[in-house]
Design a protein around this ligand. Sequence first.
Ligand SMILES: Cc1ncc(COP(=O)(O)O)c(C=O)c1O
Length: 440
Amino acid sequence: MPLIQPLLDGVYPTVAYGDGVFLTDSEGRRYLDGCSGAVTAGLGHALQEIVDVMAEQARRVAFSYRLQFRNQPADDLAALLEELAPGDIRWTFFVNSGSEATETAQKMAIQYWREAGRPEKTVVLSRRLSYHGITLGALSMSGHRARRSLFEPLLTPNAVVVPPYCYRCPLGKTYPECNVACADDLQQNIDRLGAEQVAAFAMEPVIGAAGGAIVPPQGYFQRIREICDRNEVLLIADEVMTAMGRTGAMFAMEHWGVEPDLIALGKGLSAGYTPLAATLASDHLVQTIRAGSGAIMSGHTYSANPLSCAVGLAVVRYVQKHDLARRAATLGPTLGERLEGLRARHPIVGDVRGLGLLWGLELVADPVTRTPFPTNARVTARLVAAAQEQGLLIYPALAGAGEGTGDAVIVAPPLTIDEAELGLLGDLLDRSLTALEDTL
Ligand SMILES: Cc1ncc(COP(=O)(O)O)c(C=O)c1O
């Protein structure tokens, strides 16, 4: 068994093929993909239109190296992203994973300040509840204790800002009387370190893996933007999980009308058809570096390879052509209502939250006191397993109880899901919750 699996001795079915929102394993069991894998396969599986583009590009040229050639798919995809991206965001740097995208954003922020004559601005602040990726730079920004703890000596200690987590407000306040005090915690942390040290603040528009789809209240991001401007701190939006229609807009930050300086993309950018991610940067930032060293200090062998960029281009065009962002916005409330219905029926569902087709269910031992389950009860893993047994895939997440040790799952089906399939998803999740409750 030489393949290193997530759990070395775990038992996982072997996938055989996908069609639409379903995956089938080698034993012929069919699963409804209720979480698009890792909130990735936003167009569903084996879409002929994308497969054709992939084959055609592979026949032409799959790989060329960016120091030797530019290529049309990379140029076209960058141009399309410039058209779609908010505000002053104009430039794209292609990478291969969300971790590389957030880490590149971190590096670009630091490089920008150095070339702007402010080399002491090197700290990247982020939130206590966040996930920005698994490589060391991305992990440094991540407030995800389980994924950090082994490597803590190698990581920076700046994932400290409190999250906008109304179900368990870290400041013990209630919205809207709180006046989004959680956003002001960014100012307090900047003051603690000195604005002259702080290069950027990184955040997910909707907290995914570390929070189970926590959506901040209105006013939060507007305040964050003001604080960043006041302190000359760049705002990095980690849209790896949220962009390309998932939340009901091409970029989730559109919901708040707030423009970041850097955006990390991944997952939905190629919808799982190939590894592809990107860091998008504002014109101001890139022009400063252009006038200075003239090169972004980053890059990977596969950055901007023609095959991945052709697939990404086809995926983004498909999202546009079928207006999948609007579809997510339309279907989102239907899914939300169904999940709220499950909360009414299942006392272990403490909170239901989400945006578009990105939803989270927080699981609790007592819905009145919001008491979490003990960590060793492994409730998230048991619900995910119960769902898989029912033929439904859902995504395990943390929640905020005890600093990211509580239980949550994410429901985020492909944006192409239809109403009947959404109904089936609700039924299967209902049965999975009952199956779990029977064992508690
Ligand atoms: C918000 C966010 N950022 C970054 C990442 C890291 O992406 P990848 O796993 O592609 O490296 C993830 C992955 O789950 C994510 O959800």
